[in-house]
Design a binder for this molecule. Sequence first.
Ligand code: FBP
Length: 523
Amino acid sequence: MKNSLCEARQSFLPKLPDCLKNLSKLIFEKGPSTTSHADSSEIEKLFPRLYGQPIVEAKNGDHLAFRPLRVGVVLSGGQAAGGHNVITGLFDALKSMDHDSELHGFLNGPSGIIDHKAVLLKAEKLESYRNQGGFDLIGAGRTKIETDEQLQKSLKTIKAMELDGLVIIGGDDSNTNAAVLAEYFKTEGCDTQVIGVPKTIDGDLKNEHIEVSFGFDTATKTYSEALGNIARDCLSAKKYTHFVKLMGRSASHIALECALKVHPNVTLISEEVLEKQMTLADITTYVADTVQKRSELGKDYGIILIPEGLIEFIPEVKQLISELNEQLAKSDTPALSPASQQAFNNLPENIQKQLLLDRDPHGNVQVSHINTESLVAEMVKKELKERKFEGRFSPVLHFFGYEGRAGLPSNFDATYTYALGHVAALLINHGYSGYMAAVQNLKAPSEEWVVKGIPITSMLNMEVRKGKKKPVIKKALVELDSAGFKTFKSNREAWAEGDHYEYPGPIQFFGDSSLTDTHPLTM
Ligand code: FBP
């Protein structure tokens, strides 16, 4: 790596929580046994060997003997900054407990486990990946280990490699899969322990135990830098209305965090759209009103944020997509209900084409590929024309997604992930399986962070996926009574009409700790 900032970042030393400074003195104190988030009898039946395990918390205690461990690690799903530091944290902890321990990386995601594709990770190789972005050390993938054949093949790999532990770094689905594997290994008499690590820029893997998933901080800081730059550009040129779609498959956490950081003129929050049952026409009216009001104030410019998942939260579009998914599986000329036909007819032609043509291998509409930013801009343009709007409306479209996932991790993400890697290693050393590594008290300096293991079954409930009831970790959506949403709500009118933009600038790595050691505002 020739880039000097990357090189400088290699020598950043994340400050570990105090309880992780002397691993030989660390014990896990057990709390009471747990139940699942909901549907306890069904979850208990599906996970008889894991169900009810206690939450465990790291404390100082007596010396524990270490033994050499063989551990495998896999990166599952989309990139999120800090993944490499989970691996270096895991490696450093394993080696400091016993130098003969080995860490193996499965290649290109869970398919590497199924197909037995793995590499031994060595110290020299890891050096250049310390505090770096991306997942390129071992690659990632979205294969799910679901079928009996995939489970059997995975077991065969784990046994052939004689692994004591498997660490799955992933989002809600991958961590659910970690519990499924942990239960399956136990049922098959295999002692390999499985530990999950909470990853996703979307921020939707969070609950009373998981304060934030890693990668969210870096992604939202990266988007907010660019949004601040656009805000300043539009305030300077005073001629464009920027429509920016922000990644986040379903929940609007990213849009809300960026709104609090940059104060754009409009931010749509999908969860509020659903709560208020806002139609596409309501959304159009709301945005067009803001454009018109600003124009009357002499401001023919602005920034509108649109969460990636919005379209699925608009009631009539949601119904339309569900009918299209069902119909297009049978025929290329869908017979829609009158309401859905009406909703379809109201859409701009390019979006109609996307809905009909852009389908995944199962025949479903690729919702995340739909140009929602173009949809909203087109609808607003049409509406303004109908109103005989006399101001200037020049929309510019953007999509911020992949550029936020693989950048150099912020100090927060670099430190958080390094600690998470340690926690995963310790949970394996202390004999736990079916647990998620957790680090809490994240608003405090890292020395004061609290380290826990959370049984994954305690986060599960039953949901219908692809027509079947399945155990899953509940996805966290934006809560409309959260402090972050309330702050946004009480300010949005002022942000709509005035120019209250903030310009966060690039992520700071060196210098004043009030600038370098910041955490997400919505955490
Ligand atoms: P994960 O939940 O796997 O971390 O991925 C989230 C995400 O970045 C979403 O924000 C986005 O919709 C999706 O991945 C894009 O997926 P892909 O990388 O397959 O295009």
